[in-house]
Design a binder for this molecule. Structure first.
Ligand code: ADP
Ligand code: MG
Length: 333
């Protein structure tokens, strides 16, 4: 097996939490309303995600782990209007190069579920057929021994408990954003969930359940007027007010066009705005969901698709921070 594939895979999958992010996005793309995550050793020994989404057709199982296999691009023009999270068909392929991967899946049309094992982009053993197994509609993906053939990466990772914290962080962010979908996350083999969010729970309740009642009690609904000339059609979410006195910092949660992203210019601008309203040392909570003209967004900056660049970045960042300043200055202290 070519080392180059393994290295390329390592560019996409940096840690168990980045594999999980890709799999969560796949489950959401598949229309799941329930997503359950279980991990052993911070996801390094085992990372399992079960959803009740559309499932994968049996005929497609042979190829889902080949690079550039995606069911999400029908034609070239789709590239300009990507509404689903994934579109490159690289996530499962990558994972199969650096872990032991198995998929159990059932579509509503199938009378049973099908199971396949994968190695280095192909079914394993080579040319084997899917195996009939019992299972509900939806998909379970199990990743075992991540980076087993990538010792340098294994050595550079944090402890299992820190890797698990990163997993909880990713699940938390998706759970806040993705209303209509229920999430659980736990350590494999235990009964107690570390995260439980039911599908019908409101966004504010999601924030309360995950980040605590002190965050929730100081939350303000936040929304910014659309600015079509900058390609901004929506920006809304929740921010804490100036009474909020949490000392623990929670990195701001940004979703752009439904993708969990980081955006340093926006993060810095909002922090600066807060600095002139919040008592020193107080750490705000920020969750914002932006809808931008997809032709303005460059999601290709980095293979992990986290740090996003977009047109009119300065204008949009200024527009949002001005609104935050206005909202914060109107809060009764
Ligand atoms: P992409 O998401 O970019 O298409 P992935 O490697 O993440 O590529 O997934 C490859 C394909 O496998 C997807 O296009 C989809 O058809 C299928 N797939 C992966 N995960 C799921 C899932 N949880 N439910 C249904 N289909 C899935
Ligand atoms: Mg994907």
């Amino acid at each position: 097996e070519a080392v180059v594939n393994r290295i390329a895979a390592g560019e996409i999958v940096l840690a168990p939490s980045s594999a999980l992010k890709e799999m969560l996005e796949n489950s959401i793309d598949a229309g799941a309303s329930s997503i359950d995550v279980a991990c052993k050793d911070g996801g390094l020994k085992l990372l399992q995600i079960t959803d009740n989404g559309s499932g994968i057709a049996k005929e497609d199982l042979a190829i889902v782990c080949e690079r550039f296999t995606t069911s999400k691009l029908r034609k070239f023009e789709d590239l300009q209007h990507i509404s689903t999270y994934g579109f490159r068909g690289e996530a499962l392929a990558s994972i199969s190069h650096i872990a032991h991967l198995s998929v159990i899946t059932k579509t509503a049309d199938d009378s049973c579920a099908w199971k396949c094992l994968y190695k280095a982009g192909k079914v394993d053993p080579p040319l084997s057929q899917p195996q009939a197994v019992a299972g509900k509609d939806g998909t379970t993906i199990t990743v075992e021994d991540l980076f087993f053939n990538f010792p340098s990466r294994l050595n550079s990772l944090r402890s299992p408990s820190e890797e698990y914290a990163k997993i909880l962080d990713v699940v938390s962010r998706y759970a806040v954003h993705t209303t209509g979908v229920g999430f659980t996350c736990k350590k494999y083999g235990t009964t107690a969930n570390d995260i439980t969010i039911r599908a019908n729970v409101t966004q504010k309740e999601r924030i309360r359940a995950i980040y605590g009642s002190s965050v929730a009690s100081d939350l303000l609904e936040f929304s910014v007027e659309p600015e079509p000339s900058f390609g901004l059609s929506k920006c809304s979410g929740y921010v804490t007010n100036v009474n909020f006195d949490n000392k623990k910092s929670i990195a701001p949660i940004f979703f752009i066009n439904g993708r969990l992203v980081t955006c340093d210019p926006l993060r810095r601008a909002l922090q600066q705005t807060y600095n002139s309203y919040l008592p020193k040392g107080h750490k705000p909570f920020v969750y914002l969901s932006l809808e931008l003209d997809s032709t303005n967004v460059d999601v290709n900056v980095h293979p992990t698709k986290r740090e996003v660049r977009f047109l009119f970045e300065d204008e949009i960042v200024d527009h949002i921070s001005a609104k935050l300043a206005e909202v914060l200055s109107n809060v009764d202290v």
